[in-house]
Ligand binder design. Structure first.
Ligand code: ARG
Length: 479
């Protein structure tokens, strides 16, 4: 007997599960279930997933070719409707999956209702999320590479621009602006690696796992996975619908990246502060005060610093949602979307804003150099001199040098070489005028010539190496 139209059969009930229910859903219960405002972002992935699933159903004999054609045409129409903003999203249909399915049925009739056989929103959403995440990850990776290019360019332009390097935010040893930039380059490189590495754990498709127990249909899940660009199908249907570690990992990786960006933001904020004056911000990437006319504020960098907090919040949210959740699917998991989308959108904005801030940054050579005239950053070199010249132990040399620094401070000298030699000799008769005079921050910098050190020559070599690496990347070659 031919099936009559199911939407007619549904009568008064509005929900697709209405058959078993005596009443419609209470207002707040309905409201708490609505996710369409958030998950409509998945529409491309949802349509792609449905097309692949329909093709698989046809290939395995569940759908006819005509039915498949109808479904595909309908889905492509919906893609255009959503893309052009004409689609009418309905809250009563809860989420993106049911909105698309309902519209499909409206457009092509009963064939639209055949698509969901053997499939559940559970494997559907798990598939959509993986597809979305892979796309987002690639976009983020591109932005990281762009920021690395800016860092490299800044390094190249300031190879021998000497500045104080800090530990505990105390003037420690001389470094260069270039060396400092390359430190961030390295962090971003690891962030990139982490995102790429996480892709490996997202190469298997959950589609075809059904609600949790697997599909009763003769479908080929591996073939279905490959249609969607996955390498394989997930091996366990329960895991397939309930795993969200790929989202946790994605947000965790974003959180680490946010930490790195917030550190650079903080450095820029400090450098641009009035007492430091190491850099000037471009007018394009700073803001003014509504009251104090002289102000130029690093708001962009400050917000990047704060975005990290928001992203950590998202990470904690998803960890807590998943913690102790019994297998397999539970509606709690619907909350995964807001945090995944938000983390991605916020980090993308943060990295773009910080990249622009960095690009417009104008370091002030004189101010950076002048900051080395206080704080005795050349002291370690005097200790090294005692060790090398007099075979002293470093600890002993450290102590003597410490006393010389104290004496210099007492004599109101800002540099060790300004200390009268007779004063220095009172502390150690071994010290010579020549040794003190040799203590310049430029020499100190030159001496640090080992792998990874801040000597301009070494940093220049490193820049060359990294530029080659960038070229390789552009040509799409493996590193
Ligand atoms: N909107 C739902 C989510 O994102 C789709 C899955 C619903 N599954 C269910 N069994 N109610 O989690």
């Amino acid at each position: 007997m031919k099936d009559e139209n199911t939407s007619q059969k549904r009568g008064n009930t509005t929900n697709i599960w209405g058959g078993r229910f005596d009443s419609s859903t209470e207002k707040a219960t309905q409201e708490i279930n609505i996710s369409i405002a958030i998950d409509q972002k998945l529409y491309q992935e949802d349509i792609n997933g449905s097309i692949a699933y329909a093709e698989e159903l046809q290939e395995s004999g569940v759908l006819s070719e005509k039915q498949l054609d109808n479904i595909k045409n309908g889905l492509e129409k919906i893609r255009i409707e959503i893309g052009s903003g004409k689609f009418q999203f309905k809250e009563k249909l809860e989420d993106i999956h049911m909105n698309i399915e309902a519209r499909l049925t409206e457009l092509i009739g009963d064939d639209g209702e055949r698509l969901h056989i053997g499939r559940s929103r559970n494997d559907q959403v798990a598939t959509d999320m993986r597809l979305w995440m892979r796309k987002a990850s690639l976009e983020l990776q591109k932005q990281i590479i762009l920021m690395q290019k800016t860092l490299l360019l800044k390094a190249e332009q300031h190879v021998d621009w000497i500045m104080p390097g800090f530990t505990h935010l105390q003037c420690a040893q001389p470094i260069t602006f270039a060396h400092h930039c390359l430190a961030y380059y390295e962090m971003l490189d690891r962030d990139l690696e982490r995102l790429k590495d996480a892709e490996k754990r997202c190469e298997q498709s959950p589609l075809g796992a059904g609600a949790l127990a697997g599909s009763p249909l003769p479908i080929d899940r591996k073939r279905l996975a490959k249609r969607l660009g996955f390498k394989d199908a997930m091996q366990n249907s329960i895991d397939a619908v309930s795993a969200r570690d790929f989202i946790i990992e994605f947000i965790a990786n974003i959180a680490i990246l946010a930490t790195h960006l917030s550190r650079l933001a903080e450095d820029i904020i400090l450098w641009a502060s009035t007492p430091f004056g190491f850099v000037k911000l471009s007018h394009k990437t700073s803001t003014g005060s509504s009251l104090m006319p002289q102000k130029q504020n690093p708001d962009g960098a400050e917000l990047v610093r704060a975005k990290a907090a928001r992203i950590y919040g998202n990470l904690i949210t998803i960890l807590c949602v998943m913690k102790a959740l019994p297998l397999a699917y539970a509606k709690d998991m619907q909350e995964d979307k807001a945090v995944m989308f938000d983390s991605f959108e916020q980090i993308l904005l943060a990295i773009k804003a910080l990249d622009a801030t960095l690009e417009g940054l104008m370091p002030n050579r004189e101010k950076m150099r002048a900051a080395l005239d206080t704080g005795f950053p050349e002291a370690t070199d005097l200790a090294d001199w005692f060790v090398q010249k007099h075979q002293m132990t470093f600890r002993h040399a450290h102590e003597i040098t410490g006393k010389i620094v104290k004496r210099a401070e007492q004599c109101a000298c800002s540099k060790l070489k300004e200390l009268p030699i007779n004063e220095a000799k009172k502390i150690s008769p071994l010290v010579t005028q020549e040794a003190l005079e040799g203590l310049t921050v430029e020499k100190s910098l030159e001496r640090r010539n080992a792998l990874g050190a801040s000597a301009p020559q070494k940093v220049a070599q490193q820049i060359e190496k990294l530029k080659q690496k960038q070229k390789h990347r552009q040509n799409g070659k493996a590193e």
